[in-house]
Design a binder for this molecule. Structure first.
Ligand SMILES: *Cc1c(COP(=O)(O)O)cnc(C)c1O
Length: 366
């Protein structure tokens, strides 16, 4: 029985990658905004319509750098239904996360809940475009403008997504992207801080390099968060194929929908109006009563059949060991319920239709 994992990293052909990195064996210039880095930055700025985009070592550090660049202090309203990186970036920056509940359809921050939590100490909103679903950027933007707050989107799941024809990373004051191996587009490890602000871009470049402006001038206490040339070269290769990858993900997505949409007790992630998706994930939500089995039982049954789905995101952030004694997760009941129902199924461009059929068969059979 072949094992199927939840994701499989996209890679170019070996020849293509070797060709891309071969100049590095002549230049011996391996990091610090080298040729590959600058080329990838230029291409991503064009592909994502992001004038001020800067590359980083990963998505997490992009988020910490943006927070540092904005000099935020106080409370940040965010979602508990995310990967722990989002929350860790807030806490590690000396800020206080305040958790608002999410909308049950999109799994993204509910603007009404956000607004109720705003206090004089609030400095920013940090929403996450979960599974590639766009947040309610219109209302969040309006609320932030009315209260003078920054909005930083965690867009780790929305590479290439468009809303009303606009790039997903063009909303808010900045967005961060992750190019981790498991994401729709990868540079092995990598990320970016995206914005239209050249000023923010300038700050990110200094901060990601220890705060060094020049040999003698160090203006900030920054980390080392630079992308190296081998990662950038991987990105240049993968970017050539990303549209084809998304098209193949779409086929997988459509097959899953066809086979699962009428299974009682299994709710699918609904498509969003005016959104061009990237098919990053395929979450299903298990209604124990209607399905006759809970999420954990389905997870185990898939595993017995060699299918490794993922409870993503479970536990939700405020239930993680490092946070559960500090934050009260009962104040976000929608997020909590989703975290107990969700299972993300295997989703990647190379996933065969036979495997999709097999997975859907296990889910619909019972
Ligand atoms: C992947 C991910 C991150 C972190 O990105 P890295 O590149 O792994 O550091 C942050 N937030 C979300 C929602 C993610 O999925």
């Amino acid at each position: 029985m072949d094992k199927v994992f939840v994701t499989r990293s996209s890679m170019p052909g070996l020849d293509e990658y070797v060709k891309e990195i071969s100049p590095l064996f002549e230049s011996h210039y391996l990091t610090n905004a080298g040729v590959k880095h600058e080329e990838l930055k230029k291409e991503l700025r064009a592909y994502l319509d992001s004038r001020g985009l800067e590359l980083t070592v990963n998505g997490h550090m992009a988020l910490e750098l943006v927070i540092q660049a904005f000099g935020l202090k106080g409370e940040v309203i965010t979602t508990p239904f995310t990967f722990c990186s989002t929350t860790h970036a807030i806490v590690r920056s000396g800020l206080k996360p305040v958790f608002a509940d999410v909308d049950p359809k999109s799994c993204t921050l509910d603007p009404d809940c956000v607004e109720r939590l705003i206090t004089p100490d609030t400095c920013a909103i940090l929403p996450v475009h979960v599974y590639g679903n766009m947040c309610d950027v219109d209302r969040l933007g309006e609320i932030a403008a009315r209260h003078g707050l920054k909005v930083i989107y965690d867009a780790a799941h929305t590479f290439g997504v468009r809303y009303r024809g606009r790039s997903a990373v063009s909303f808010g004051d900045a967005s961060i992207l992750s190019f981790h191996a498991t994401k729709v587009f990868n540079t092995i490890e990598g990320g970016a801080a995206a914005s239209d602000s050249e000023q923010l871009g300038d700050r990110i470049r200094v901060l990601r390099d220890f705060g060094i402006v020049d040999e003698q001038l160090v203006t900030d206490i920054g980390p080392n968060a630079k992308m190296n040339e081998f990662a950038a070269a991987m990105g240049l290769c993968n970017l050539r194929h990303v549209e084809g990858e998304i098209a193949r993900r779409r086929k997988v997505h459509e097959r899953y929908v066809e086979l699962l949409e009428s299974v009682e007790g299994i709710r699918l992630n609904p498509p969003q109006e005016d959104v061009e998706p990237n098919y990053a994930y395929f979450p299903v939500f298990v209604d124990e009563k209607a399905y006759g089995e809970d999420r954990d039982a389905l997870f185990e049954r898939l595993k017995e059949n060699g299918i490794f789905a993922r409870k993503y995101f479970y536990p939700m952030v405020t239930d993680l060991k490092c946070y559960r004694d500090v934050y009260d997760s009962s104040s976000t009941p929608v997020a909590r319920a989703l975290s107990h129902q969700v299972l993300t199924l295997p989703m990647y461009a190379d996933l065969s239709m036979e495997d999709v059929d097999r997975i859907a068969g296990i889910i619909s059979k019972k």
